[in-house]
Design a protein around this ligand. Structure first.
Ligand code: EPS
Length: 406
């Protein structure tokens, strides 16, 4: 069975991040600009701290691409940490530099610090925090950019926007498929990635207040994927269900504590008759759904007028856009003191401050897009296989023809 899989490596203040993506068919056009554009989007966003002024992420393609096209072998990437120059001894792999910086012995509540130190038997929490840091998400976004490029060849597009930061919620907002491009564009123009201008201003003011108070903020973002044919994922086994796979991917982003598909939690408060997406039919466009105009959920005849299910029923895509929401907790590194206990002296103290961000929800939305792209690309490759883009496209076209004639 064909599969898309990836790994990342790298510490936040180490030399850099590396990543390997295996399973992209041969013949996909790919340049480092495709990747760097997404890296830049991740770095933007109001509420970031001093580190973002140091880094300006760029991916170097190490393997898997020749003369602008993938060749079918694993694609590996490198992203340099510019901050490394300040940590060359403190994060060195050489024994001779041992002890060149003080050990971190004060675990920050809300971080991986204490559990990681206990589990890996480290008396220096830096050995945990360097990898648990969200710096690692730069590589996920880079690999996700490749998945996005791959999906765009099949008319699948993924975007995101922020709908809440702290107590400020988006208003003046109605999700409309026909208006999605406009929503994405407005979000891209907002410093907090929120398509509502008024709410954006309030969100920024709240971030300023949090920053002034030495505090931090979380929020909620929404990822939407369009152009997806019915039938990705499967109902036949728990680990094949696409909603479960997406939930894991989104929940696996640092600081994400809740994931919802479609109107998830809200649905649970309503009657069944109010929240099922009723099924309609109108003949598919001629000559072929691939060439004809695509209508979300309707380009193969069957369509829905609502999307409470968020594009997934029975663990399978149903042809409607996939809509996922993820809740990020406030960043746990804060200047405001929190009580904790030193792991060596066992004495209580008020948690030590490390430089950090005030709010990273806009960045998390871009990371959410990347993780969504990697999962959907995996599901597409699993269903259609193909070692070359030509073969995968032929397989997809054959399936779309089947849907049309169903
Ligand atoms: C992070 C802490 C901050 C963030 C970092 C994630 O870094 P530092 O400890 O160097 O100030 O800026 O995010 C990034 C470096 C990034 O590229 O997003 C953490 O502890 O998770």
């Amino acid at each position: 069975m064909n599969k898309l899989r990836f790994l990342t490596a790298g510490e936040s203040h180490g030399k850099g991040l590396s990543g390997i993506l295996e399973g992209i068919p041969a013949g996909l056009s790919l340049s480092s600009e495709d990747i760097d554009r997404e890296l830049k989007r991740r770095q933007a966003g109001y509420g970031r701290g001093g580190r973002m002024r140091i880094e300006s992420d760029r991916a170097e393609i190490i393997s898997g691409v020749r003369w602008g096209k993938t060749i079918g072998s694993p694609i590996s990437l490198l992203i340099e940490n510019k901050d490394w120059k300040n940590w060359e001894q403190g994060m060195s792999s050489e024994t001779e530099h041992e002890g060149s910086i003080d050990a971190v012995t004060r675990p920050r509540p809300g971080h991986a610090d204490l559990s990681g130190a206990l589990k890996y038997d480290h008396k220096d929490i830096r050995n945990i925090l360097e990898r648990s840091s969200a710096r690692e998400t730069a590589m996920r976004v880079a690999l996700g950019a490749i998945a996005k490029k791959f999906l765009s060849e099949f008319g699948i597009n993924i975007g995101s926007y922020v709908i809440r930061i702290g107590s400020v919620k988006i208003s003046n907002f109605k999700f409309q498929i026909s208006n999605l491009e406009g929503i994405f564009k407005k979000a891209e123009d907002s410093p907090v990635k929120c398509p509502d201008e008024e709410a954006s201003k309030k969100m920024m003011a709240l971030i300023d207040t949090a920053s002034k108070n030495g505090d931090t903020l979380g929020g909620i973002f929404e990822v939407v994927a369009t152009g997806i044919p019915a039938g990705l994922g499967s109902h036949i086994q728990w680990d094949k269900r696409l909603d479960g796979r997406l939930a894991q991917a989104l929940m696996g982003i640092q600081a994400i504590k809740g994931v919802e598909i479609g109107t998830g939690f809200e649905m649970s408060e309503r009657f069944g008759s109010e929240v099922m997406d009723e099924i309609f039919y109108s003949p598919p466009p001629s000559p072929s759904p691939l060439e004809g105009e695509r209508r979300e959920g309707g380009h193969f005849g069957f369509y829905r007028e609502t999307n409470h299910a968020g594009g997934i029923e029975g663990g399978m895509t149903n042809g409607m856009p996939i809509v996922i929401r993820a809740a990020m907790k406030p960043i746990p590194t804060l200047r405001k003191a929190l009580r904790s206990v030193d792991i060596i002296t066992k004495e209580p103290f008020e948690a030590a401050y490390e430089r950090s961000d005030t709010c990273a929800v806009p960045a998390a939305a871009v990371i959410g897009e990347a993780m969504t792209a990697l999962v959907i690309a995996d599901a597409l490759i699993e269903k259609f296989g193909g070692d070359s883009m030509k073969e995968t496209k032929r397989n997809v076209a054959g399936y779309l023809e089947h849907l049309k004639n169903f």
